[in-house]
Design a protein around this ligand. Sequence first.
Ligand SMILES: [Fe+2]
Ligand SMILES: [Fe+2]
Length: 297
Amino acid sequence: MAKKFQREVLIALADTHGGHRLGLLNPETVFIEYEPDEEGKLIEYEEPAYLNPAQEWLWKHYTHDIEEAFKLAGRDPVTVIVDGDITNGNKYAVADRSYVHLGNQVIIAADNLDPILRHKKQLKALRLVWGTDSHEGGDRSATTIVHRIIKAENKGLDLKSYGHGLMNLGGVWIDFAHHGSSPGIRHHTEGNAMRWEIGSELDGSAADGDPLVHLYIRAHFHRRSQVSLTRFYNDVPHTAHGIILPPYQLLTHFARQVVKSPRRSRVGLAAVEIINKEIYKINWFVRSRENRVREIL
Ligand SMILES: [Fe+2]
Ligand SMILES: [Fe+2]
């Protein structure tokens, strides 16, 4: 008998900022160093990664979210998009008290994908998206090297990395890139800019004869947002959703300044269910955390 439902799950996450002291760090990561001893014999030694309390909190939720998303998928195929800023880069690493060595940041970023690759038999595809230059070695080197490490360790995995994708998954068109509209600076204007962007992109796609996208995925702002918009083309309604992904990094000193001291930080991922060629549901595995020090004197 033919299968009644065609179902797929897309997991989208971003901004893991491997190497930053408030970024994602796999507790199993081990750095290997080489130094000669007093007689010139090469000594190889291991330096295990140390997780601070913030990183322990991030890792607990990240692994929980990945497991919950795969549980949601059941036996259906899963595609994963890692939407940029896979490392933090070394531009401000000294000031941030982070791992300065870009090589070690890349190792962290590759190890951070372990909880996903544990399910590789179920993985239809893994896409690594280029992020912000200053976070990826200035020339997106970090993503290029992580790609090579993952490819070498996972033969047969459908793995690609690029800057901007247009993917047809289970019959729906998904447009994804790291950079895009801001989620907005006020609570009551949240999503406005993205709604305008989606409308413009749909109209432009219709004019150019490009596919009408069903889901736009963006990141970079370290904030969670979701909007939907319906347009009519030749009297046929077309609904597109837009999501901005939260990070798996806590608020840095620099970010607090740029985004004007936000009260809370959210971390997590989106798991999108696609059923019978339609976006059925966008599930969020997200929680927030206080950025203020609360005290009563
Ligand atoms: Fe970022
Ligand atoms: Fe970014």
